[in-house]
Design a protein around this ligand. Structure first.
Ligand SMILES: Cc1cc2nc3c(=O)[nH]c(=O)nc-3n(C[C@H](O)[C@H](O)[C@H](O)COP(=O)(O)OP(=O)(O)OC[C@H]3O[C@@H](n4cnc5c(N)ncnc54)[C@H](O)[C@@H]3O)c2cc1C
Length: 414
């Protein structure tokens, strides 16, 4: 492969940016096209956790059984917009089938997570983004003692078996490490190896800056259509048709439409999440690390502009307006987690690109080997961004990928 091969990356989210930096580092000429400024999609508003502990797919029959009750409960973090029902029927069918292959999904996630930390450190150091990273671990807490006990023989034991380093802590130990928290918890787990960022957008901006300083081109425009005639790729934008040698589709939850133009239908969905920012008035007692409240599926993270509480899994079109109830629920969780009168300074809504089996799509298209897909990272796109960029580059380089990509194949839902 000639190193002057020109690669187009669609999407300047954390996945597209990481892919572009890795490709550039390998000597490729790279152009990114995004309709927004870098990092302004889902990558803007995440909880900032490099969640190496996240290795268990959501595809469990025990989880499936809980879904109807959760959908009926207005305070639950799970919701499906009625207008999104058609997308969910295909997704739901694949989700059901994936429950039979739970261990396969878990193996894929564990394999990629084993390589994620080093790849993240490489690109964070290369681009100067390491200054936005903290290494204080993170907490995952439960409201009641029974859930803690169940975790010891359930989820958390399973995580340990997948190589995750964790420590069970009682309420006193947790309070000693996080005195700012209100006593909403009975106990939980401390992940000592977790890192987090105090500014997700600055990670994206650092990657974009490094990329441009080293000759990379970022064009702000929308790609309306793509095609591949085996000799070259054509991308249509408001500037007309442009030709490239290779294409990486990293357009987050909007990737589905572009991939369909190349003949592959994927059950990718938009799983919307929300965050609110809270003014942190008490600098004498900071929150030291991200804290997950597992009963409510929210993360509260200390960031450079205050505390961020993030969560909600709302399957809905990204272009539809935010739902006030979700914002109210998340604010209510914040009040329980730290108490007092809180001042909420901003609200945000973004769309996770989610697959039915919880495993991202990373790989070349079978019928279009010049097109590499890199999306579907759902709740762990920040965490897996470094390794995804590295894998995309290995695929285009034609070398053995550092993770077995069979479980990530674009064709696995066909
Ligand atoms: C509330 C919440 C909390 C989260 N917390 C965490 C966390 O703590 N840790 C973690 O690892 N992950 C977390 N995530 C998940 C993570 O944010 C996502 O997985 C990740 O940001 C996905 O990145 P992406 O680059 O694939 O998508 P995006 O960031 O959405 O980027 C896709 C880009 O493609 C562009 N695009 C789309 N279509 C076109 C087109 N046709 N032409 C041009 N451009 C186009 C968009 O403008 C966008 O910029 C969280 C997500 C949410 C919503």
């Amino acid at each position: 492969m000639s190193k002057r091969t020109h690669v187009l990356v669609i999407g300047a989210g954390i996945i597209g940016l990481s892919s572009a930096v890795w490709l550039q580092r390998a000597g490729y000429k790279v152009t990114i096209i995004d309709k927004q400024a870098p990092g302004e999609g889902a990558s803007f508003g995440n909880a900032g956790v490099l969640a190496g502990f996240s290795r268990l797919p959501f595809t469990r029959f025990s989880m499936l059984k809980k879904v109807p009750k959760m959908l009926m409960d207005p305070e639950s973090p799970l919701a499906i917009a009625p207008s999104y029902g058609l997308n969910m029927s295909t997704y739901g069918w694949h989700y059901y089938k994936s429950c039979f292959k739970y261990e396969q999904g878990r193996d894929s996630l564990t394999q990629i997570q084993m390589k994620a930390f080093d790849a993240d450190q490489t690109i964070l150091n290369l681009t100067g983004a390491q200054s936005f990273i903290r290494s204080e671990g993170s907490f995952a807490l439960y409201s009641d003692a029974e859930s803690v006990e169940n975790a010891k023989t359930g989820d958390m034991l399973e995580r340990q078996q997948q190589g995750v380093n964790l420590e069970f802590m009682d309420a006193v130990q947790i309070r000693d490490m996080e005195p700012k928290l209100a006593p909403f918890y009975a106990g939980g787990v401390y992940y000592p190896d977790t890192q987090f960022t105090v500014s997700p957008i600055d990670i994206s901006r650092s990657y974009a800056k490094y990329f441009q300083e080293n000759g990379g081109v970022i064009v702000q425009d929308e790609v309306s259509a793509v095609s591949d005639n085996d000799e070259y790729i054509t991308a249509h934008t408001t500037q007309g048709a442009q030709h490239f040698d290779k294409l990486v589709i990293a357009a987050g939850s909007a990737s589905k439409r572009l991939v369909a133009q190349l003949g592959l239908k994927l059950p990718l969905v938009s799983e919307r999440g929300y965050h609110v920012m809270i003014k942190d008035n008490d600098e004498s007692m900071p929150l030291n690390r991200p804290v997950a409240w597992l009963d409510k599926s929210v993360f509260m993270s200390p960031m450079d502009k205050g505390l961020r509480i993030a969560g909600i899994a709302e399957f809905a079109d990204i272009d539809k307006p935010p739902v006030q109830r979700q914002l109210d629920n998340i604010k209510q969780s914040a009040k329980v987690m730290i108490g007092g009168d809180l001042e909420f300074t901003s609200e945000w809504l973004g769309s996770r690109p989610s697959t039915p089996d919880s495993v991202p799509v990373i790989g070349p298209m079978a019928n279009h080997p010049n097109v590499v897909l890199a999306f579907g990272h759902s709740h762990i796109g920040l965490t897996l961004s470094g390794i995804t960029g590295r894998l995309v580059t290995e695929i285009i380089d034609g070398v053995e990928p550092s993770v077995d990509l069979a479980g990530f194949s674009p064709e696995r839902f066909s």
